[in-house]
Design a protein around this ligand. Structure first.
Ligand SMILES: Nc1nc2c(ncn2[C@@H]2O[C@H](COP(=O)(O)OP(=O)(O)O)[C@@H](O)[C@H]2O)c(=O)[nH]1
Ligand SMILES: [Mg+2]
Length: 421
């Protein structure tokens, strides 16, 4: 089956956004910069931006009708075949644009993000998750414009003069596809669960953050791994996990996963739950923020809200302000320190202050550490050796019948020891 919206590549595109009363112009420009980066990542060539001040969204064209007509003639002049709106469009709005200009594709931010996810999905799990999100996004929007469906579904028939009946058939096919993908995902999740059981007794720490914040760079710097790092959005969609031994008694599992973005389509968040399992089940979240971004506050709010969506907002967090090397202005550093008082400033790329970060992780782990006393008879040598793995032995006392140990370790590990004893 050929995959993907795959309409965006190498097409000339215009970006469109409305300036509402709640927003100032620099914020709008930052949003459009981000949209341009998304378009670029998807392979489109952005040739211009169109914005309009509006007090109310026009249900027919999103922007005003006069502005919409101007937009289309501008698109024709510039040989543009793709319009990308920064906001979600209704099926009616998309339809109306098609009536005005048949050959121009109209997509919104969500469709663009889905397009990138489809291009970057590598593992079977990621591919299945993206496909599911894509079909769920598509279902209510199915209109004549989605002619690529024919390729996707393996040739349903000629699209010329496709009528409502054809759309009905497509809807049914998509629904079938959705339930098949859901089944596939359940199976993949089950496989994952058996792997997950082995990790239940370890301290789990997950990197989360806006896309491009430097999560993978930090992951590599801490663990020596070689996760793909790229100055593009959503470079990796899979989760990578590595052991990190800070010292003999502070060992953890660190995971790096897909980043978040403003207005992440909620179908994507929902279907990526299994990829994000390491986040949901973590003991500690390291929230990585790009200090050099003017949108850092908005980024941190986006992360908060996605974590809420995932029901992961009760997990302990440590804010990591990354890219400190990219900041010249000392005032900005003080300002961010005040705004994020318990954060750690680092440069993942230049390996700056990583030991400070590790110290902070250790002190958070310590709050979950327990001390217990265990006794072993001389015959239990093997058991005793195992009990000393991944923990600190505070005292060792030989008696006539065996050995008493006072052990300090993370509560997960201690619980596991008590179960075995
Ligand atoms: N200046 C600077 N750039 C960084 C730093 N850490 C990461 N980057 C860059 O930010 C971009 C995104 O990094 P990546 O680790 O892929 O981000 P991710 O999407 O959060 O995984 C890459 O171009 C990195 O080289 C840093 O500490 N300082
Ligand atoms: Mg990454």
């Amino acid at each position: 089956m050929s995959r993907g919206i795959d309409t965006v590549e190498k097409e000339k595109a215009l970006l469109i956004a409305a300036l509402s009363q709640r927003m100032d112009e620099s914020e709008l420009n930052d949003h459009l910069d981000e949209l341009a980066l998304l378009a670029d990542t998807a392979g489109a060539e952005v040739v211009g931006r169109v914005t309009q001040k509006i007090s109310k969204i026009n249900p027919a064209f999103y922007i005003g009708k006069g502005k919409a007509e101007m937009l289309l003639s501008q698109a024709e002049e510039l040989d543009v075949s793709l319009l990308i709106f920064d906001d979600e469009l209704s099926p009616a709005q998309i339809k109306n644009y098609h009536k005005l200009a048949k050959d121009i594709k109209v997509i919104d931010r969500s469709a663009l993000i889905l397009d990138i996810f489809q291009k970057h999905a590598q593992s079977k799990e990621a591919k299945t998750q993206v496909d599911l999100a894509y079909f769920e996004y598509l279902l209510p929007r199915l209109t004549r414009q989605w002619t690529h469906l024919e390729r996707q579904m393996g040739g349903i028939g000629a699209r010329a003069g496709m009528g409502e009946t054809q759309i009905e058939i497509d809807r049914r096919l998509i629904r079938e596809q959705i339930s098949r993908l859901k089944k596939d995902l359940k199976k993949i999740e089950k496989e994952r669960q058996t792997q997950g059981k082995k990790r239940a007794d370890e301290f789990r720490c997950a990197l989360v953050g806006y896309t491009n914040a430097g999560k993978s760079t930090l992951f590599n710097a801490l663990t020596g791994a070689k996760v793909y790092v790229q100055n593009e959005l959503f470079a990796t969609l899979d989760t990578t996990i590595r052991h990190l031994d800070i010292n003999a008694s502070h060992q953890l599992l660190l995971s790096d996963t897909v980043g978040f973005i403003r207005k992440l389509p909620h179908h994507l968040v929902a279907s990526f739950r299994s990829t994000l399992k390491e986040v949901i089940e973590a003991n500690l979240l390291l929230i990585v923020l790009d200090m050099s971004s003017p949108q850092i506050i908005e980024h941190s709010k986006t992360i908060e809200s996605v974590l809420k969506d995932l029901h992961a907002d009760e997990i302990k967090t440590l804010i990591v302000l990354n890219k400190v090397d990219a900041i010249q202005d000392e005032n900005l550093i003080f300002k961010l320190q005040r705004r994020f008082p318990d954060s750690v400033m680092i440069s993942a790329k230049n390996h700056l202050r990583l030991s400070e970060l590790q110290k902070r992780i250790v002190s958070i782990m310590e709050t979950e550490y327990q001390t217990i006393d265990l006794s072993f008879s001389f015959e239990e040598g093997k058991k005793m050796a195992m009990a000393q793995e991944g923990v600190e032995v505070l005292e060792r006392e030989w008696t006539e019948t065996g050995v008493n140990l006072r052990i300090r370790g993370h509560q997960n590990r201690i619980e596991q020891l008590l179960k075995k004893n």
